[in-house]
Write a protein that binds this ligand. Sequence first.
Ligand SMILES: *[C@@H]1O[C@H](CO)[C@@H](O)[C@H](O)[C@H]1NC(C)=O
Ligand SMILES: *[C@@H]1O[C@H](CO)[C@@H](O)[C@H](O)[C@H]1NC(C)=O
Ligand SMILES: *[C@@H]1O[C@H](CO)[C@@H](O)[C@H](O)[C@H]1NC(C)=O
Ligand SMILES: *[C@@H]1O[C@H](CO)[C@@H](O)[C@H](O)[C@H]1NC(C)=O
Ligand SMILES: *[C@@H]1O[C@H](CO)[C@@H](O)[C@H](O)[C@H]1NC(C)=O
Ligand SMILES: *[C@@H]1O[C@H](CO)[C@@H](O)[C@H](O)[C@H]1NC(C)=O
Ligand SMILES: *[C@@H]1O[C@H](CO)[C@@H](O)[C@H](O)[C@H]1NC(C)=O
Length: 726
Amino acid sequence: MQAATDHPVEIKPKSWTMSTPSLLLPPVLLLAATVAMAESVINVKPGCQESCGGVAIPYPFGIGPGCFRPGFEINCVSTGIASMPVLAGATSSGQDDAVEVLELFVAPRPEARVRLPVAWQCFDANGTLTGDSSGDFNFNREGVYRISNTSNELYVLGCNSLIYTRGGEGGRFPYAYYAGCTTYANSSTDPQDGVCAGIGCCHVDIPPGLTDNLMHMFSDRGTWSHANQSFCPCDYAFIVEKGLYTFRASHLRSMPRITQTMPLVLDWAIRDNGSASMSCAAEAKKTTSYACVSNHSKCVDSTNGPGYICNCTQGYGGNPYVIGGCTNIDECAFPEKFPCHGVCKDTVGFYECRCPWGYESTGDPKENQCNPKLSRSAKIAIGVIVGTFGLIVVLLLTWLMFKHIELKAKNRELEEIERKNGGERLRNMKSLKIFTEQEIQKITDNNSKYLGKGSFGKVYKGTLPDTTKVAVKASIEVTEHTLDNFVKEVEIQSNMIHMNILKLLGCCLEVNVPLLVYEYAANGSLEDILYGKHGQPLQPLKLNSRLDIAIRSAEGLAYMHSYIQPTIQHGDVKPGNILLDSKLVPKISDFGLSKFLTTGKQYATVVVGCLGYMDPVFKHTGRLTEKSDVYSFGVVLLELICRKRITYGENGLIMEFKRAFDEEKSGRAMFDNEIAKEEDIPVLDEIGTLAIKCLKERCEERPHMASVARQLATLKETWEQRFLSM
Ligand SMILES: *[C@@H]1O[C@H](CO)[C@@H](O)[C@H](O)[C@H]1NC(C)=O
Ligand SMILES: *[C@@H]1O[C@H](CO)[C@@H](O)[C@H](O)[C@H]1NC(C)=O
Ligand SMILES: *[C@@H]1O[C@H](CO)[C@@H](O)[C@H](O)[C@H]1NC(C)=O
Ligand SMILES: *[C@@H]1O[C@H](CO)[C@@H](O)[C@H](O)[C@H]1NC(C)=O
Ligand SMILES: *[C@@H]1O[C@H](CO)[C@@H](O)[C@H](O)[C@H]1NC(C)=O
Ligand SMILES: *[C@@H]1O[C@H](CO)[C@@H](O)[C@H](O)[C@H]1NC(C)=O
Ligand SMILES: *[C@@H]1O[C@H](CO)[C@@H](O)[C@H](O)[C@H]1NC(C)=O
């Protein structure tokens, strides 16, 4: 045997020398090997050597005492550089040789791949036998092997030869089967490479039950004479695994004898002591020697010779000959062996196969394709719907994208405008709410409630989300030059918290002309009250109310004047700028906005005031002081008691009143008839006197606003007491 590997012979087909046995394996065997590797199967008896020379040694095979079942012993011999498994106890007559084991399998079929020697006989030119070997090898003393009739075939090489093998028991002759063939060749040129059909070479299938490789060769001098055949001196006979040998004409001359071996497949089975009567039916009940010890294993009668073999039950794989050897197979990992056309799911013992959702199979999806449940028209319909939907989605997304870009650009634009309008500084103010343009539109219901015209633009009524009524009006347009003033203005206004000053609640800066949101005065302006709005009939206004309006307006203005940093003047005090809420509480409005003066810059650059109410000093000097407001308030006082416009008479209300007062020491002639009751004339005259003080030409002679407020309050007090005492 060793000689075979040490002196490779030229005629030996390449595949014979392959060191990787798996390349010789049919796919099924490969699969079995994969299963064995995938699962950590128990393959040997505890503590036994699992392999030798790269060959796995599964139980019932084994190396060493206690590791094998009788008849399955393997020896692991050293070849000098490596180890090699051999069948233990095999001998040939006179030869101390061994049967090399190439592979051992327990599943799916019990097989052993080994190398066995080639039989031969040679003659001289006279036809005299010069040497032979029957090839017999006593490898099967325990009778567990049968030469596989399914995997091997018999080859005979020679030029006038009959060689056969025999096996089985009984029949007309001592053996049940005789299998062999004859081959003849007239000259050295007749045999053809690759053709094994009776000219120099023949081959036949072999019968089952062969227990040895003994060849029966004919060498008589008559029919099977080998005389005069020097081109073909020898006969050869061997059993080889199907497909592994290819005939060459040159083999007739030069196949080395003795050393040559051929790979073949042995079937094995459990048949202790070569018993011919062992079967599953007989053995399964014997617990001591029964070989199928693993759970999920079963007994199968041998198909080649008597005895039985063990097999894992369906869904399990591994070694049924050891305890715990049969383990669950993940069938889904081997789709070729366990087909599934749907979704495969491994179960203990087997596997499930179902069609995926929306699919169905006409039969078992293990065998039949899964097809969509829908009919062709339904598919088209769904395709159309999905397609349309997809298109809509795409369009929608595109639209949203453009919207988003547009919005971003708009936001950038808005931010830019807001920055231009002083947004950065005003945003930090606590008492000031910054509204977006959208919010303003919502608050004013898209400017649906027009209130009137302010100093710089239209005023609209609005409602905050918390139902607070507000007035929204435009401020001045903010430019680089006016930005600073505008910001300060808004800061001051929102910081001015007085009952009689119209409160600035918030603003909207992201519009070109900033919008200011003020508290809402339900009764409009004093001008509306005194003179009627849009020609509506005048409503009566009691002296008491007029006094209250005067006092509170004065208080509001006084509060304004008390503002130190910077000093604040209204600059445009007139009935139109004194608003009245639902309870006729006055709210000074329309102050500031270029009408205030910062410290150190006491001269207003822009004149916005109404001429009639304008302080003559301011008219002359352009110098606006708080006394200018006092002057204007003096006019308002006159209007309150006279209910006459400033334009009244030839010389205007002021001159007319002054003249009346000069002439009669009383403004009686000028007073509004509604309040000019006899008993009230004195208080009206006192108010008139105070108004004239306010209207003094010289600023220094005019009282302070706080003083005006105080005096008016005292007047009212005394008037009330007098009224009560009556
Ligand atoms: C063949 O036989 C003849 C006569 O019987 C003998 O002379 C001759 O030597 C033999 N040849 C060989 C190779 O033995
Ligand atoms: C091998 O022998 C068995 C049992 O007699 C038989 O069923 C099978 O067909 C044979 N195989 C071949 C390839 O002859
Ligand atoms: C057999 O071979 C001999 C010599 O090589 C030759 O003369 C003869 O014709 C051959 N016979 C046949 C039938 O081919
Ligand atoms: C072999 O050839 C020789 C002559 O060439 C002849 O005399 C002899 O009979 C032949 N032998 C056989 C067995 O045919
Ligand atoms: C096999 O034979 C031996 C003796 O030849 C015997 O001791 C042994 O029990 C036998 N085994 C079986 C399973 O019959
Ligand atoms: C063992 O069982 C498997 C299925 O479980 C089967 O495919 C195989 O052919 C069986 N082997 C023998 C030798 O009966
Ligand atoms: C084999 O099965 C039996 C009963 O089903 C159980 O008691 C035993 O533990 C199993 N053995 C192994 C090795 O799984």
